[in-house]
Structures are given as structure tokens and as C-alpha cells.
Design a protein around this ligand. Structure first.
Ligand SMILES: Nc1nc2c(ncn2[C@@H]2O[C@H](COP(=O)(O)OP(=O)(O)OP(=O)(O)O)[C@@H](O)[C@H]2O)c(=O)[nH]1
Ligand SMILES: [Mg+2]
Length: 193
């Protein structure tokens, strides 16, 4: 019987206001699809996906999809506690969702301190090619990212643009930080049986 080694796991967490596209980003990354359907607020969900990162090692990404709607946010602190990399998502069409980014930053810092990797994600960029106006400029978002040393990406859960790149970049940063803090061993050659 072949013995399978358990893959090292990296916990990522999607945060952000309601309806910015967190669930659609997770589904697009996990399954490569975007389903047009009526907005259905998340309570809590998790996606597990095996991925080979730039150290040639395979990992299991555990992506926590959280609730953006304020009345459903009860579990957030617990999820933040156990995650190693954070994606704060806002919608380029929704000013409030950008203003709320600092609220999620404060939440992460309060629970985890300032050393965990965080990526700011501007989602729904596909809508900019239609008649809709972008309400948050790239410059404003990049300024915020620079001030707080956040990674920054612009995505579309609808077309898939930059979705894989963003999850992989965050996972690699989270892995590096886990090695640095002793939560993950440095790879030492072949390890999957
Ligand atoms: N055009 C476009 N629409 C999107 C995109 N991402 C999500 N949507 C739409 O935005 C709405 C909300 O998407 P969700 O993924 O459910 O948003 P959420 O952030 O998970 O919302 P909560 O679970 O309430 O926090 C849905 O109607 C999606 O179809 C995108 O990249 N482009
Ligand atoms: Mg959701």
C-alpha cells in the first residue's frame, strides 16, 4: 500500500464588505468558473486546493471565505486567528467597500499583529470596460497599499483576470512568513510519497 504524506497546509482568508466578490473569487480560483446568479451572502465557507508553489513543493491551500455583511461577521476573529495570509477585497464600483478596508486591516492587526502578509484586491475590473464608472482610482488604492505595506492586485472574478496570480502570490508570501516564524519547515528535497 502506498503511504500518502499529508501536504503542508497554508490558511488564507478572504475579507471585505458584502457583495464585493469574495465568494466568486474563491470559486473562480478553485473551479475556474464564474456563475451568474443572484447575490447570496456567505455565512462561512472553505475551499481546499492543492497547488505547487515556486519552491516546487506542493501545498494544500485552505481558503476561508468569510461573511461581508455586518450582521454575519460573528466568526471573523476566530478565522483570522488561524489564517496565515489575508486578501482584503473591495469592489472598484463601491466606495464604501474601499472605505471599509481599514476596518478589516484593524481587525487583522488586532488579532495577528502587523507581520502577517496582506493583499489588497480591487475586484470587478471587468465592469470598467462597460458603461460603469470606476469610483476608486488605482492611485488611491496603491497609495493605501503602499502606506500599509500591502500587496496590491486588480482582479475580475468574472473573467478570471489576475485571480490565480493573486492567490499564488499571497500563498507564497504566507509560506515564507510561516517558515520565518517556525510554523513551517524549510523544504528539504522530495517529500511526497
Ligand atoms: N461583473 C462582476 N461581477 C462580480 C464579480 N465578482 C462578483 N460579482 C458579482 O457580485 C455579486 C456578489 O458576489 P459575491 O462573490 O457573492 O460577493 P461576496 O463578497 O462573497 O459577498 P458576501 O458573501 O455577502 O460577503 C454577485 O452578484 C456576483 O455575480 C466580478 O469580478 N465582476
Ligand atoms: Mg460571499
Amino acid at each position: 500500500m502506498t503511504k500518502m504524506k499529508k501536504l503542508p497546509s497554508i490558511g488564507l482568508c478572504l475579507l471585505g464588505s458584502g457583495a464585493v466578490g469574495k465568494s466568486c473569487l474563491a470559486v473562480q480560483y478553485h473551479h475556474g468558473i464564474f456563475e451568474e446568479h443572484d447575490y447570496d451572502p456567505t455565512i462561512q465557507d472553505v475551499h481546499r486546493k492543492n497547488v505547487r508553489l515556486n519552491d516546487k513543493r506542493e501545498y494544500c491551500l485552505e481558503i476561508q471565505d468569510t461573511a461581508g455583511e455586518p450582521e454575519l461577521r460573528g466568526l471573523l476573529e476566530e478565522i483570522i486567528e488561524t489564517s496565515e495570509g489575508f486578501m482584503i477585497v473591495y469592489s472598484v464600483l463601491d466606495k464604501r467597500s474601499f472605505e471599509e478596508v481599514t476596518l478589516f486591516l484593524d481587525m487583522i492587526w488586532k488579532v495577528r499583529g502587523k507581520e502577517v502578509p496582506i493583499m489588497l484586491v480591487a475586484n470587478k475590473i471587468d465592469t470598467l470596460s462597460t458603461e460603469q464608472a470606476r469610483v476608486i482610482s488605482k492611485e488611491d488604492a496603491q497609495r493605501l497599499a503602499h502606506i500599509h505595506q500591502l500587496m496590491y492586485q486588480e482582479t475580475s472574478a468574472k473573467t478570471g483576470e489576475n485571480v490565480k496570480t493573486s492567490f499564488v502570490a499571497l500563498a507564497e508570501k504566507a509560506r515564507d512568513n510561516m517558515i520565518l516564524t517556525g510554523k513551517l519547515k524549510k523544504p528539504s528535497g522530495c517529500q511526497i510519497a
